[in-house]
Design a protein around this ligand. Structure first.
Ligand SMILES: Nc1ncnc2c1ncn2[C@@H]1O[C@H](COP(=O)(O)OP(=O)(O)O)[C@@H](O)[C@H]1O
Ligand SMILES: O=P(O)(O)OC[C@H](O)CO
Length: 494
């Protein structure tokens, strides 16, 4: 009898494949990093073949490592870096160009022009998003305009567009299925989140031929069959969601008001808002949390572009330490109440500022500032930015989550988690399974395959490993946060 679900987690810097059992316990995992390409300032690309090969290799590795035959897998869930845009030939499956990654800013000018022309409110009303290079629509338009012959070929119906989930589904099913799920569609800026369909007015605005677009399915659905040639056995692809939404599912945040924050390369805080697509007054995003049985559940999201990436920069750029894990001991050595601030606006600022031209800064240096204070400031920046998002959510929804569930590579750092609880003034819960993104994809597949009755059953599987409770006094918390706000004002350009 099939005993496992296979989750494919295709992220920005690496691909992972993880096997879960029925209780949501991680049985084995495999991970491969792949190269990032920076052809010009602000441009970030992935070679689609690197994405594909790393996914295939990790799937094979995880089965080998666990000693599990493919017949023991009930089905596959896919979760992915969102917004990243690919176009390929429907006949050959060959991509026309590299994948343009979500962090890529090449369409900054085009977005600026659309905002100047007054399209922001309409785009926000239809998509829940803003007009920003982050989302797929302007990246896709760029591909059609800049790759020779692409627009004409798209108009003849020869090409397919997809985010990474769609590309993987296409390849895994041998080109039989061209589909995405509603969470991924909701990040393209072409999808109407109220009507749950591609929006003709948006296709016209961004000049995108409808023939390029995939079918939009539920997050638990029939996405076709992974062909026998890849793992030696046919497997149903039964769950798909963008990685941040999958983490919300993996964290079992199924009731309105429950939220999670993921601290990986970037940081994404998402709060479930139930059946109502709340519109933010503070430039947060409205997005599809998951769609089951044709019914969307919505969420509000704050996206911070740089979180763990600061730690990488401190390690690889400044060479202040050799391993990210060392940051915890370094931060513990800081003078309490030091006033160094590091604003990690390396690629601009995301929510709630959306200032692509801002650049980073370290402020408040004194003669006794050392490595420990700079490292601590880098870690604290992530917590201050979460507090910025919390303030927006408080204003938009009258209440941000009373308890925040956290995951991602950075949450291994106890010092960061305590400072986060202190800065937010709420409890921060770290679950036993930190691979919540992959777990969410597995749960979505499991729902479709009848492994789980409903979301309630899945919620019963969530376990807290450690709770961090706020300990800092109010005065100190507000003094530190006021310093952060001042530091951000110094780098903003708009
Ligand atoms: N102990 C730690 N303290 C602080 N940051 C850490 C620690 N361990 C890992 N990180 C950071 O977490 C990030 C990796 O998290 P991960 O969830 O794997 O990211 P992603 O899925 O975005 O690639 C890296 O940027 C790394 O620098
Ligand atoms: O691959 P990650 O974990 O950095 O997540 C990327 C997000 O999906 C971008 O929106």
């Amino acid at each position: 009898m099939a005993s496992y679900l296979l989750a494919i987690d295709q992220g920005t810097t690496s691909s992972r494949a993880i096997l879960f059992d029925r209780h949501g316990v991680c049985v084995a995992s495999a991970q491969r990093e792949f190269p990032q390409h920076f052809p010009h300032d602000g441009w970030i690309e992935h070679d689609p073949e690197d994405i594909w090969e790393s996914v295939l290799a990790t799937c094979r590795e995880v089965l080998a490592e666990a000693g599990v035959p493919p017949q023991a897998i009930a089905g596959v869930g896919i979760t992915n870096q969102r917004e990243t845009t690919l176009v390929w030939d429907r006949n050959t499956g060959q991509p026309l160009y590299n994948a343009i990654v979500w962090q890529d800013r090449r369409t900054d000018e085009a977005c600026h022009a659309l905002r100047r022309a007054g399209h922001l409110d309409d785009v926000q009303a239809r998509t829940g998003l803003l007009i920003d290079p982050y989302f797929s629509a302007t990246k896709l338009a760029w591909l059609l305009d800049e790759v020779p012959d692409a627009r004409a070929r798209a108009e003849r119906g020869e090409l397919a567009f997809g985010t990474v989930d769609t590309f993987l589904i296409w390849r895994l099913t041998g080109g039989r299925v061209h589909a995405t799920d509603a969470t991924n569609a909701s990040r393209t800026a072409l999808f109407n989140i109220h009507e749950q369909c591609w929006d003709e007015a948006l296709l016209a605005l961004f000049d995108i031929p409808a023939s390029l677009l995939p079918e939009v399915k539920d997050s638990s659905d029939d996405f076709g069959v992974l062909e026998r040639q890849w793992l030696g056995h046919e497997l149903p692809i039964a769950g798909v969601a963008g990685d941040q939404q999958a983490a919300l599912v993996g964290q079992a945040c199924f009731s309105p008001g429950m939220g999670k924050s993921t601290y990986g390369t970037g940081c994404f805080m998402i709060v479930n808002t139930g059946e109502s697509p709340e519109v933010s007054r503070n430039r947060l995003l409205t997005t599809v949390a998951y769609r089951l049985n044709g019914k969307p559940t919505y969420a509000m999201e704050g996206s911070i572009f740089v979180a763990g990436a600061t730690v990488q920069w401190l390690r690889d750029g400044l060479r202040l330490f050799a391993d990210a894990a060392e940051t915890e001991a370094l931060a513990c050595q800081t003078r309490s109440g030091h006033s160094v601030y590091l604003v990690p606006a390396f690629t601009g600022l995301g929510a709630p500022h959306w200032d692509p031209r801002a650049r980073g800064a370290i402020l408040g240096l004194t003669r006794d500032t050392g490595i420990a204070e700079i490292v601590a400031a880098g870690l604290q920046a992530v917590c201050y930015q979460t507090r910025d998002l919390q303030a927006c959510m408080d204003d938009d929804m009258a209440a941000s989550p009373g308890i925040l569930r956290v995951d991602g590579g950075m949450v291994a750092n106890n010092w960061v988690m305590q400072f986060l609880a202190d800065m937010l003034g709420v409890s921060v819960d770290r679950p036993t399974v930190l691979e919540t993104t992959a777990l969410g994809a597995a749960y979505l597949a499991g729902l479709r395959l009848g492994w789980y009755r409903d979301l309630e059953e899945i919620a019963g599987l969530w376990r807290c490993e450690r709770r961090f409770s706020p300990q800092m006094d109010e005065g100190e918390r507000e003094r530190l946060y006021a310093g952060w706000k001042e530091a951000v004002e110094r780098v903003r350009t708009q």
